[in-house]
Design a protein around this ligand. Structure first.
Ligand SMILES: CC/C=C\C/C=C\CCCC/C=C/C(=O)SCCNC(=O)CCNC(=O)[C@H](O)C(C)(C)COP(=O)(O)OP(=O)(O)OC[C@H]1O[C@@H](n2cnc3c(N)ncnc32)[C@H](O)[C@@H]1OP(=O)(O)O
Length: 285
């Protein structure tokens, strides 16, 4: 993939000059990448209005972005969104409802690859959670090494509430962040935590009042690795996450088959249909 590079001031950091890298190969422009001149850190912003739902194209763009930043020897990545109220609304349920099975398989394979790329990234990562972050949004945030969240939003894995069983790839990064008992209870309850509660249980690391403050906190975290050898850092991270990554790599085909079998069941399709309807009608009441 090719990038067009231009210099511009960014709304994220006021007048600080940044390199704006815009993906040219993506016709949808669903990701924006900015590289800070001073720190060398890249900000990856999901940009799929209105609520950054993870469809096949956005998932593929997230994976490609990570691979390219690794190739470019990026020194750190901040994942956020261009929205004012949503980090990511999670999986686009339209991908799961009455699916074309071939596309459903492609979709879940892409999600597995995105998880492998972000959870296993060689580059240090921080999530700037500038809005709601349910389900797939929470998976992305927990793939990162550090989380800074703005107040009065929600984050968590709510799949159980609408009848989905969270597969391993969804559970693992959540379990990596939280004590096992809290993770188990939260998953069984399909619980979404407020920003404050998320801080109290350790699902996020810091709160920030504004996106700018959150950005500075993410930068501060990434700078903690400034004096650490990048290869040693990356291999140490792999020692912690390597087994999880290997388990998915080895079990990819089974995980895919389980996912497709689960999602295409009549009962699950009915629940997904009802949930979509509920989301659509939410504001009419
Ligand atoms: C053995 C086991 C094997 C396999 C298991 C199978 C499956 C596992 C699944 C994998 C795990 C991941 C799951 C997910 O991510 S599912 C998605 C979960 N997400 C949610 O529940 C969030 C729902 N959305 C919201 O709560 C709100 O939309 C949100 C994000 C807080 C934003 O609110 P707001 O800004 O007010 O925006 P709207 O609600 O008006 O939404 C705008 C627009 O988008 C539609 N929409 C919202 N979310 C979704 C979604 N997830 N999928 C599809 N569509 C969605 C909403 O209806 C609006 O559209 P409209 O046309 O009505 O205007």
């Amino acid at each position: 993939m090719f990038f067009q590079i231009t210099k511009a001031a960014t709304p994220l950091t006021g007048c600080r000059r940044q390199l704006i890298l815009r993906s040219l190969s993506s016709s949808t422009n669903n990701i924006q990448i900015e590289v800070d001149n001073k720190t060398g850190f890249a900000t990856v912003s999901m940009n799929r209005p209105p609520v950054n739902l993870l469809n096949l194209e956005l998932i593929n763009s997230l994976t490609r972005s990570m691979k390219e930043m690794e190739q470019n020897k990026s020194r750190g990545i901040i994942l956020t969104s261009t929205s004012n109220s949503v980090f990511s609304g999670g999986l686009d349920i339209k991908e799961l409802y009455r699916p074309d099975v071939q596309r459903l398989r492609e979709f879940w394979t892409a999600f597995q690859d995105m998880w492998l790329a972000w959870y296993g990234s060689a580059v240090p990562t921080a999530a700037l959670i500038n809005g709601h972050s349910p389900a797939g949004g929470c998976v992305l945030a927990t793939c990162c090494e550090y989380r800074v969240m703005l107040p009065k939003f929600t984050i968590g894995l709510n799949e159980a509430k609408f009848g989905l069983v969270p597969p391993p790839v969804v559970r693992i990064s959540f379990k990596n962040v939280l004590p096992l008992r809290i993770a188990e209870l939260a998953l069984c309850q399909g619980k979404l935590f407020t920003s404050n509660d998320a801080l109290n249980i350790g699902l996020i690391d810091e709160l920030a009042k504004t996106k700018e403050e959150g950005y500075e906190k993410c930068v501060k975290f990434l700078q903690t690795f400034r004096k650490v050898d990048p290869v040693a850092r990356s291999l140490t991270k792999q020692q912690f996450r390597g087994k999880d990554l290997d388990d998915l790599r080895k079990g990819k085909q089974k995980d895919l088959n389980d996912f497709v079998e689960h999602v295409t069941q009549d009962d699950i399709q009915m629940r997904l249909g009802l949930y979509l309807e509920q989301l659509h009608n939410r504001k009419k009441k």
